[in-house]
Design a protein around this ligand. Structure first.
Ligand code: ACM
Length: 767
């Protein structure tokens, strides 16, 4: 008979072997097919296909352009172009027209030892297959390393996108970006199979596209003296050089320093052609009737009253009551349509301060004449009229979701951004409109990224839950927006959208959220390619760091490197860690209360985010006696709006209940409220306890006499963490939570002496 210990050990060995085998498979998969987005179906083959200078490309005539693009790609690795031929040959790369592949942009890729076959109906499909191949080729090729042969692993792929609109937006008005950066941006989009580039070409802060009929739009409107956003960037640049305003876009003019720039029509046509070759449409946005200050400065006839100033929140718009406004808008859009062949043209329509319209005789007369009942209806009149003009030119109008407010035709396309108006996309779909999802959370890539942003993008569901399957078809995809008020350089732009764009790309192409762990592994390999492409991506977060630490005798800090080539450096004197700061030992011993500032550095000296870790010395807290404690925490519920948790103490309690779970109770339906959880936490052993409080909106956790986690204020869901040293037994526990409207998130987890985060057992809560 086999003994228990032996049996147990045998079991352990078997488990270990299985684990090693699984890890090996995963590691092998990760290294062989680090594809983002991951294909719809991928089956590994046996062996490899070897491309040499003697390999021939055989192409169907439909794919002549793509054959050249594939050749351009292989040139980077072989130093020579391959022969493109119509004649069959056994060892060859074949681009085959296959009418049975009907999904738009779909392709099949079959790589065997003998041949490499790309089959598609749509040239875009062939192009996507080429980008798949690019990701399978050596990273060194991106740096121009030439080899005698290129080896591709055997594989069969069948691939097609989940969503038709896989978009990126770039605001080139608030800060300007060169043609060469636009081309880089397009290359990166193409690499990850994104297919729509929305350029926000005009705004209050600058007009960026030449319009021949109105030359002052760029002669004057493309230039400004530094504004308050420039000053804010300059201030930040003292700590982070990526905030330095790009010198390329600063000029001296008539004794003045001016910032700006614009694209000539010729230049932009070049960018459009460059994008088209990569199967990316460029969608121009000329934002009106609001956000038009740069145009109004030069053409004041556009307003109702000649004023060009800020209202309460937004600038004064152009005037829908005057025919000259329509003449201007149509002339501008006619030239825009000559530059941009895209089926879609974006008219903006967001954030319009309509007050001046209400005071305008021309608007009042128009409203009376047309039976328009309010100012939102007047905006709709403007948008609907422009839509008819767009349609007459064979184009479709896109507008930000405000355009549905006064009623909109069902043929307009709605770009949803206002996360605080959750029913806007639903209303639009029910009205018959097509919708593109770009809600601020998580798709405004100008929001500071943190350790959760990639996860949030990957797990974003573009389809609002209340839509049925038929209605869901009206959501054609999603897009990330990059507003550039605080993005004055290419490096800062790179940092803001990479690697978030890869998560969006996989969501919109693959849409299989169970691939997240595998995506993270593939992303680690993609970083090598991004390095070779000189992309200033945001370095991965340093793992498992808290906001506040405590220690009793000695604290120990050690940090796992998220990428092998990083060096972690630190300071204790309040200065920013730099390349000359000492490397963090493993562990760093902490004996006095202090702030440790840590950051990762790449081999070329790029610094990742700086983390401020506050250490406090604390005696282990003694327990309290309560006889006999009852299960659960006592909760006081306040049905009111609070900006800060402390304000709850002056409010009237609406009801009191007991609970053992820290979540937003499903019974609470009020849009704004507060809950104070009070009682004791009964911990099972002495130790340093870490608590992780995630809430939307604010929360403050107190264990014993002091605040353990401060996550107060009105904000979207964010985790903050802190520690407390506790003796085994009961300790006073108080958690104040406020919901300002919309988020309804509350989670509290713990870990003990550095263990993984876990749920707090219900029996720990007493009152
Ligand atoms: C927007 O963010 N104003 C569309």
């Amino acid at each position: 008979m086999i003994s228990f210990t032996k049996k147990y050990n045998t079991l352990k060995v078997v488990c270990l072997l299985i684990c090693i085998a699984t890890l090996k498979v995963q590691a092998q998969e990760a290294s062989k097919f680090p594809l983002i987005p991951y294909p719809t179906q991928l089956t590994e083959g046996k062996g490899a296909f070897v491309i040499t200078c003697n390999t021939v490309i055989i192409t169907a005539k439909e794919f002549n352009n793509e054959a050249v693009e594939l050749n351009d790609l292989l040139l980077k690795g072989l130093g020579k172009r391959l022969l493109i031929s119509k004649n069959s040959k056994s060892h060859a790369i074949k681009l085959i027209y296959d009418a049975t592949i009907t999904a738009p942009e779909a392709y099949k890729l079959n790589i065997s030892t003998q041949q490499l076959i790309i089959a598609a109906k749509d040239p875009a499909g062939v192009f996507h297959a080429i980008e798949t191949i690019r990701q399978l080729l050596p990273v060194a090729m991106e740096k121009g390393k030439i080899s005698k042969q290129l080896i591709l692993p055997a594989v069969t792929i069948e691939d097609q996108p989940a969503y038709a609109w896989r978009g990126m937006h770039l605001d080139v008005s608030r800060h300007f970006f060169s043609v060469s950066y636009l081309k880089k941006f397009i290359d990166r989009m193409a690499l990850y199979k994104m297919n729509k580039l929305h350029l926000h070409l005009t705004d209050d802060q600058g007009w960026r596209i030449e319009i021949k009929k109105y030359p002052k739009l760029t002669e004057e409107g493309a230039w400004r003296t530094f504004n308050n956003q420039d000053s804010a960037c300059m201030k930040k640049a003292k700590d982070n050089p990526d905030f330095t305003i790009d010198k390329e876009h600063i000029i001296q003019h008539n004794g003045k320093t001016l910032y700006g720039g614009f694209y000539t029509q010729q230049e932009m046509k070049g960018v459009v052609a460059y994008a088209a070759a990569r199967h990316i449409d460029i969608i121009p946005e000329i934002d009106m009737p609001g956000h038009m200050m740069a145009a109004i400065s030069s053409y004041p006839f556009l307003t109702c009253n000649g004023e060009n100033s800020w209202g309460k929140l937004f600038t004064k718009p152009i005037c829908p009551g005057n025919e000259t406004t329509y003449e201007f808008a149509q002339n501008v859009f006619s030239e825009i349509m000559d530059i941009f062949p895209s089926k879609y043209i974006h008219i903006g329509g967001d954030e319009v301060d309509r007050k001046s319209w209400g005071e305008s005789d021309a608007c009042k007369a128009l409203m009376a004449r047309e039976g328009i009942k309010d100012l939102a209806g007047l905006q709709s009149y403007f948008i609907n009229r422009m839509e008819k003009f767009f349609n007459s030119k064979g184009r479709k109008l896109i507008g930000w979701d405000e355009i549905i407010e006064g009623g909109i035709s069902p043929t307009a396309i709605i770009m949803y951004w206002r996360g605080w108006v959750p029913d806007a996309p639903v209303k639009a779909v029910k009205n018959g409109n097509t919708v593109i999802m770009t809600p601020g959370e998580p798709l405004y890539f100008d929001y500071q990224p943190d350790q959760y942003s990639v996860y949030k993008v990957y797990h974003f569901n573009p389809i609002p839950k209340v839509l049925n399957a038929e209605e869901a078809k009206s959501i054609i995809g999603a897009q990330a927006n990059i507003w550039t008020e605080m993005i004055p350089s290419e490096k800062r732009a790179d940092y803001m959208y990479m690697p978030r764009m890869t998560a969006l790309a996989e969501l919109l192409w693959t849409n299989q959220q169970d691939k997240y762990d595998s995506y993270l592994k593939r992303l680690v390999q993609q970083y090598n390619r991004m390095d070779a492409m000189h992309i200033n991506y945001r370095l991965p977060d340093l793992p498992n760091l808290l906001n506040e630490y405590v220690f009793t005798d000695e604290g120990k800090l050690s940090i796992d490197k998220p990428l092998p080539d990083l060096t972690i450096r630190y300071t204790t004197d309040g200065t920013l860690p730099g390349t000359k700061s000492p490397e963090l030992p493993s562990p760093l011993s902490i004996k006095k209360a202090e702030q440790i500032r840590v950051a990762a550095f790449t081999t070329n000296g790029t610094r990742g985010d700086v983390y401020n870790l506050n250490y406090t010395k604390q005696n282990m807290l003694g327990t309290v006696k309560v006889a006999p404690p009852k299960p659960g925490l006592v909760c006081s519920y306040y049905k009111a709006y609070f900006k800060q948790t402390a304000l709850m103490k002056n409010a009237k309690v609406d009801s009191v209940f007991t609970t053992s779970s820290i979540t937003v109770p499903s019974t609470v339906k009020a849009p704004s409220f507060g809950i104070a959880y009070k009682g004791y936490i009964d911990v099972p052993s002495d130790g340093i306890y870490s608590f992780y409080l995630t809430c939307d909106d604010g929360g403050v956790l107190k264990i014993g006499p002091t605040v353990t986690v401060d996550n107060d204020g009105n904000h979207s869901a964010q985790e903050r963490s802190g520690q407390v040293a506790l003796k085994m037994g009961l300790h006073p526990f108080a958690l104040d939570f406020i919901e300002g409207g919309g988020g309804y998130t509350l989670k509290l987890k713990y870990s003990l002496n550095g263990s993984a985060q876990q749920e707090i057992p219900a029996e720990w809560f007493k009152n």
